[in-house]
Write a protein that binds this ligand. Structure first.
Ligand code: XXG
Ligand code: FE2
Ligand code: CA
Length: 371
């Protein structure tokens, strides 16, 4: 890892070219090291639907998706993320994407036939933060399985909900994503003005992507939505029944941020997948931003359940447009884990009563910290 020069005075310039009109996060392309094992996890355990597969690549979708895929698994040597892909509002938006990123001096590739099966003309860039992004409009439509209750399983995944990215300088990343047309819905800060994480949207939910402070650029997780909380519990029960409970990293629980019910899993390569349900509508132009205090012990879990250290520290490598790993820069601002867990940090349940954390819960934090 290289050292991040200065976290705060480093700003990505705002391009004079208009940003492409992004509709929503559409799919992620994951590099996996054992395609068969990953297929077992995503198809046999999580019941994603196979749109197409060959010896090297599996194209998957959730039950309510009508575009060709919302997750791609590609066989490779090292686990990584090849692309975070966004759908744009019209084919013309691709010209805007090219101009926007070329003005920023970013690597840009455009393909008339698309980079992957099922996707038409597309633009891929390595954005100024180092993340590989794709923009496309044209896409094959496939059967939307929303009415196929004969195929539904108790833990059915219905939509791709969001991405989550790790980056050392969250304000820099947020400012750049705002230039791309994203709006902040929630964030986590402290009284000194340090930002630890931020959630940003294009579609009218809490987010299409979020920035989590940490060594990056890396991919924190990809999240699929279920209809109901009980679907998430069914996934936990199934993992237990299959003696695969070690794939559960955090949860189930209720988030403070986003108000959603959640579960985090790790796939066979360690890629983190969140199962998520019931956040709220954010589409009004004056949707209020919710800012959480980093010391509020209910911000990341509404029930105050401690966040496991791996959730803060581990994330997936991202690739540049040539397929090479992008080196991660360390965060120089305070780390959220350090300011909230253990001897130097603190969390409160009731503000003004900062010593209120019961001793057994503090013990749990410290134990977690040492692991
Ligand atoms: O989607 C999310 C998350 O980014 O995965 C994490 C919503 C909320 C949270 S948090 O852990 O901050 O409650
Ligand atoms: Fe998430
Ligand atoms: Ca809710």
């Amino acid at each position: 890892m290289t050292q991040n020069p200065t976290a705060s005075d480093d700003v990505v310039p705002t391009p004079s070219s208009p940003a492409p009109d992004v509709v929503r996060c559409a799919y992620m392309e994951l590099v996996v090291t054992d395609l068969k094992r990953s297929r077992d996890f995503y198809v046999d355990v999580l019941n994603l639907v196979v749109t197409h597969e060959d010896d090297t690549t599996i194209y998957l979708r959730s039950m309510e998706e009508f575009i060709h895929h919302n997750l791609v698994l590609r066989q490779g040597e090292q686990p990584a993320v090849a692309v975070f892909s966004y759908r744009v509002r019209s084919p013309e938006e691709l010209d805007k994407a090219v101009a926007f990123y070329e003005e920023l001096g970013c690597p840009v590739k455009r393909s008339k036939d698309g980079f992957l099966k099922g996707i038409g003309e597309a633009v891929r860039v390595q954005d100024p933060l180092g993340f590989p992004l794709e923009f496309f409009y044209e896409v094959d439509h496939v059967e939307r399985l929303a009415w196929r209750y004969d195929l539904y399983t108790p833990g059915a995944l219905v939509r791709l909900d969001h991405f989550n990215q790790v980056y050392p300088d969250v304000p820099k990343a947020v400012r750049h994503m705002e230039d791309l047309g994203f709006r902040v819905t929630e964030d986590i800060q402290d009284d000194e003005g340090t930002t630890y994480a931020a959630w940003m949207r294009r579609k009218p939910t809490v987010h299409d992507t979020a920035m989590t402070g940490g060594a990056g650029p890396r991919m924190h997780h990809v999240a699929f939505a279920t209809h109901e909380k009980h679907n998430i519990l069914a996934i936990c029960d199934k993992l237990g029944a299959l003696r695969l409970s070690d794939h559960i990293e955090r949860g189930p629980g209720r988030h403070g941020v986003s108000n959603a019910f959640y579960l985090y899993l790790r796939d066979p390569d360690g890629h983190r997948v969140e199962i998520y349900t019931q956040d709220y509508y954010t589409g009004d132009p004056d949707n209020p931003v919710v800012t959480w205090d980093v010391h509020d012990n209910q911000r990341r879990d509404w029930w105050g359940t401690p966040v496991v250290p791996s959730w803060y520290t581990e994330a997936s490598t991202v690739l540049d447009l040539e397929g090479n790993p992008v080196p991660a820069q360390v965060r120089t601002d305070d780390s959220e884990m350090e300011v909230t867990i253990g001897a130097d940090g603190f969390s409160y349940t009731r503000k003004g009563d900062e010593d209120s954390m019961p001793h057994w819960k503090l013990g749990e934090y410290k134990l977690g910290h040492q692991l």
